[in-house]
Design a protein around this ligand. Structure first.
Ligand code: AHR
Length: 504
């Protein structure tokens, strides 16, 4: 099997938002309790003075996680933030409706903000659209962001936090369309409520970024809510100042998986189609609502993505996935999709960041990195800056796929590729070979440099799916002639072209 890839390093396409490497922590399973917060762990060297896991904090810093979504997830639909602030001994234990059991409220808003500060990440809070009221939501924004002499801002001060947290990102509910949701809504009812809440929330803090609750990106729910909520609204902001729309981002959630390893690797491509369709819906809604093109375009917030088989790792049991090589390759494809679609996607959050559907697992004695950690680490280290024009010509998988969206609308080349150029001038290309048996000899043009060897980071390349074998190998390649991408492998090539070479 032969293929060709041509990279035009001087042809930069889109700026990549660092928020593509966002995370998500939910009060679910062992994510918060036992993941972020583990005060009773007998290994005291793993715990800081706040009761936070230092190994988890170090891992978050290693991937420079830029933004963290909290507190859920489905958990949000019955969460009252006020239960989780103030003296710990006075915080109520409540029944928990999303995942079962109860919520102790020992970790709440102030603990999360402290944790974010230590990690060096930005908080993103999701509002309770189930049993929560607009009053509570306004109060939460006031508690977090206000420096006025008002009740909830003063409550924050009284709880020991003089300075506002200035939380920028706020989600208008989570999966409100889902039948599993407490207070599931129709698209009509949600759109009406989301607009009214948005108006109030932007009055308490006009600088916040509001994220509309979308679905898969290609559903009627997405279409209706976008059309109704991206309305030009001259009365929206206090004082009648004009705003093109109260909504800044539209969220999408997709998890992929398959028991067939090849389908599993290729499945994230269905998300690529979802992004394209959602982006088109945003344009359409803007045209329909007369939003002038000069007004910044709403972006996509892909705030839950990952490989997750809920049968293999059920939510009510804590969704502790155990990933193999094909899952790691699938995460490589997921991240390639976000890089390729970075024109539209301004934030993406792996769901979740620790223990639950996660690349990182804690136990009493330390942290285990799953197979899916390695592509995440390599992307967060190197795939930043701008995307670069890349042509790929290779054979296709033509069997059945997991998602109908994937099968009916896009081809499935065996090589899944994305390329970036960093501000340091290094070009980085990720190639996932999804073929389970065939090494693909590939003619590369525009790859390599006369000044240095090409750096190679790879894993996979054999049929051994065992978890222990997935480790990143580092090597160098002279950058001439063709490169062979081994079956079922992930390869990152890095090189630094001279200015002359970049222009070729
Ligand atoms: O991430 C696990 C769950 O998946 C989230 O709580 C929910 O939003 C989604 O269904």
């Amino acid at each position: 099997e032969r293929a060709a890839i041509t990279v035009s390093a001087s042809h930069r396409l889109h700026k990549i938002n660092d928020n593509l490497y966002g995370g998500f922590v939910e009060h679910m399973g062992r994510c918060v309790y036992g993941g972020l917060y583990d005060p009773h762990n007998p290994n005291s060297h793993l715990i800081d003075k706040h009761g936070f896991r230092t190994d988890v904090i170090d891992a978050m810093r290693e991937v420079r996680v830029p933004v963290m979504r909290y507190p859920g997830g489905n958990f949000n639909a019955t969460y009252h933030w006020i239960d989780g602030v103030g003296p710990r001994e006075k915080r109520p234990r409540r029944p928990e409706f999303a995942w079962g059991g109860s919520e102790s409220n020992q970790f709440g808003t102030d603990e999360f903000m402290t944790w974010c500060k230590i990690v060096g990440t930005e908080p993103y809070l999701a509002l309770n659209f189930g049993t929560g009221t607009l009053d509570e939501a306004i109060a939460w924004v006031e508690y977090c962001n206000s420096d006025a002499d008002t009740y909830y801002a003063n409550l924050r001060r009284q709880n020991g936090h003089a300075e506002p947290y200035r939380v920028k990102y706020w989600a208008l509910g989570n999966e409100v369309w889902g039948p599993w949701q407490i207070e599931q809504m129709t698209k009509e009812a949600y759109a009406q409520k989301a607009r009214q809440w948005a108006k109030a929330l932007k009055r308490i803090d006009p600088s916040i970024i509001l994220i509309l609750c979308g679905e898969t990106g290609h559903s009627e729910w997405d279409f209706h809510t976008l059309t109704e909520c991206l309305k030009y609204d001259s009365h929206a902001l206090a004082g009648g100042s004009q705003s093109a729309s109260l909504i800044d981002m539209h969220s999408i959630h997709i998890y992929t998986s398959s028991h067939d390893p090849v389908k599993n690797v290729l499945a994230p491509r269905s998300a690529e189609r979802a992004i394209e369709i959602a982006a088109a819906m945003i344009d359409l809604a803007r045209i329909q609502n007369g939003i002038p093109p000069a007004v910044p375009r709403q972006t996509i917030c892909f705030d839950e993505w990952n490989v997750w088989d809920p049968q293999r790792a059920p939510g009510h049991e804590g969704a502790e996935e155990n990933y193999d090589l094909s899952d790691a390759l699938a995460v490589g494809v997921w991240l390639n999709v976000f890089i390729r679609q970075s024109k539209y996607v301004a934030m993406a959050n792996i769901a979740q960041s620790v223990n639950v559907i996660s690349p990182l697992m804690t136990d009493q004695d330390g942290l285990r990195r799953q197979t899916t950690w390695w592509p995440l680490l390599l992307f967060t280290k190197y795939m930043r800056g701008h995307t670069v024009a890349t042509n790929v010509s290779c054979g296709f998988y033509d069997g059945p796929t997991e998602s109908a969206w994937q099968q009916s609308t896009i081809d499935n080349p065996w090589l899944d590729v994305s390329t970036t150029i960093g501000d340091d001038g290094w070009v980085n290309m990720v190639v996932v070979n999804a073929h389970p048996d065939i090494a693909i000899h590939t003619d590369l043009a525009g790859v390599g440099s006369s000044q240095d060897q090409v750096k190679v980071y790879s894993f996979g390349g054999n049929k051994d799916m065992s978890r222990e074998r997935v480790r990143v190998h580092e090597s160098e390649w002279e950058g001439k002639g063709s490169y062979t991408f081994l079956p079922f492998s992930f390869t990152m090539l890095r090189w630094r072209p001279s200015k002359k070479e970049e222009l070729l």
